[in-house]
Design a protein around this ligand. Structure first.
Ligand SMILES: C[S@@+](CC[C@H](N)C(=O)[O-])C[C@H]1O[C@@H](n2cnc3c(N)ncnc32)[C@H](O)[C@@H]1O
Length: 359
């Protein structure tokens, strides 16, 4: 199957679809650093570095060298801040990013692919008590695409992270889409994912390092993400936190969050009770991670070291393999990793899509 991707980001969705045997031919991404990441990791994809609002279906068809109705699938991982339940500031119906799905509708009408897949946070189902999603589904159905929405938890697909994602899948073909079934038997843990990575300090800034001592008791998961021919690993960079923040970390045990910090160390917070449960959360070795969103802003803490996560640790918790590299300043790379669809979750969706397409 051949796909075109809108809002490609760091390529998590693409990595997973590729593993399912779906070829991405064209990707559109407006952020220059995310576009560089995409180009680096998918050198054969034609990356259009632009706003999807400026990209026409005609351009896509010309670049593909196909006619209307000949493309297999249009995929889009739309920005999710306007839908996310952890975003208390701009989670509103009026957030302009929430209307980017209309660009997908426009391009669908112009290109008429056999399928489309849109990924977003599960919070899309509850915005405006579900009425926003209902309206969106009606609009897609009105264009002739039978459209369903399913929510999948990446932890049920072998990703060491509880991350619930909504997928809207539509088709104008006679095939039915069946969402993949995950299983709790596939669960992997934070230990499986990051215990073999190098020991790092607060503010560590060496990108490439030799792997730490590779312990044989580390699970298959980490081994499966370490390509055999690599002896060094990239992304060993950690934000530098102030001494005051590091002191806060010391009070937080595994599975605890900001509420374990003594009030005298939180005096610059007007009302710490407004923090959500993922803020200053210390990961537990033997469980799945909480959502890896913007792990720097949320101050997600390493299970055993008093520091934030490195890019590579976050990427492992997202199921990126160690070959996948991220471009741009540290803040941007952290955002790219946190924004991504976990590749293994995307593979499950891609496999289901291929099966239904063939059926
Ligand atoms: C949720 S992230 C995509 C993550 C990606 N699917 C992945 O798995 O790595 C959304 C991306 O959309 C991009 N974006 C937001 N608005 C855009 C627009 N109008 N045109 C093109 N890209 C846009 C952002 O820069 C960001 O990289």
């Amino acid at each position: 199957m051949v796909a075109v991707e809108l809002c490609g980001g760091a390529g998590g969705l693409a990595r997973g679809l590729e593993a399912a045997g779906i070829d991405i031919a064209i990707a559109v991404e407006q952020n220059k650093y995310a576009a560089s990441t995409y180009k680096f990791n998918f050198p054969n994809v034609d990356v259009i570095e632009d706003d999807i609002r400026k990209v026409s279906g005609g351009l896509i068809l010309r670049k593909l060298g196909v006619r209307r109705e000949e493309l297999d699938v249009l995929v889009a991982g739309l920005p999710c801040q306007g839908f996310s339940e952890s975003n208390r500031r701009t989670r509103t119906v009026g957030n302009p990013k929430n209307l980017l799905y209309r660009e997908v509708l426009r391009i669908l009408a112009e290109v008429s692919p056999r399928w489309f897949v849109i990924e977003n946070v599960a919070g899309i189902k509850t915005l405006k008590s579900g009425r926003f999603l209902e309206r969106m589904l009606d609009e897609f159905r009105a264009t002739g695409y039978r459209t369903e929405c399913g929510v999948l938890n990446s932890a049920d697909f072998g990703v060491p992270q509880c991350r619930r994602r909504a997928f809207l899948v539509g088709t104008r073909t006679a095939s039915e889409f069946t969402f993949p079934n995950g299983t709790s038997e596939m669960r992997t843990t934070v230990r499986d994912a990051i215990a073999d990575l190098p020991h790092l300090e607060n503010g560590a800034n060496a990108d490439r390092l030799p792997y730490g001592t590779f312990r044989t008791d580390v699970g298959q998961y980490a081994k499966s993400l370490r390509p055999g021919d690599l002896d060094t690993v990239t992304g060993n960079e950690v934000s530098r936190n102030s001494a005051r923040v590091i002191e806060r970390y010391r009070y937080i045990g595994m599975g605890q969050n900001w509420s374990a910090i003594p009030a005298r160390l939180m005096e610059n917070y007007a009302n710490p009770n407004l923090c959500h449960t993922g803020v200053y959360y210390r990961l537990r070795w033997d469980e799945q991670a909480k959502v890896i969103g913007n792990f720097r802003k949320n101050m997600l803490i390493h299970p055993a070291q008093d520091r934030g996560l490195s890019i590579r640790e976050a990427a492992r918790l997202q199921s990126f393999d160690d070959r996948h590299e991220f471009m741009g300043p540290l803040n941007d790379r952290q955002q790219q990793v946190g924004d991504a669809v976990p590749p293994r979750l995307a593979t499950a969706v891609g496999n289901a899509l291929k099966e239904c397409h063939a059926g």
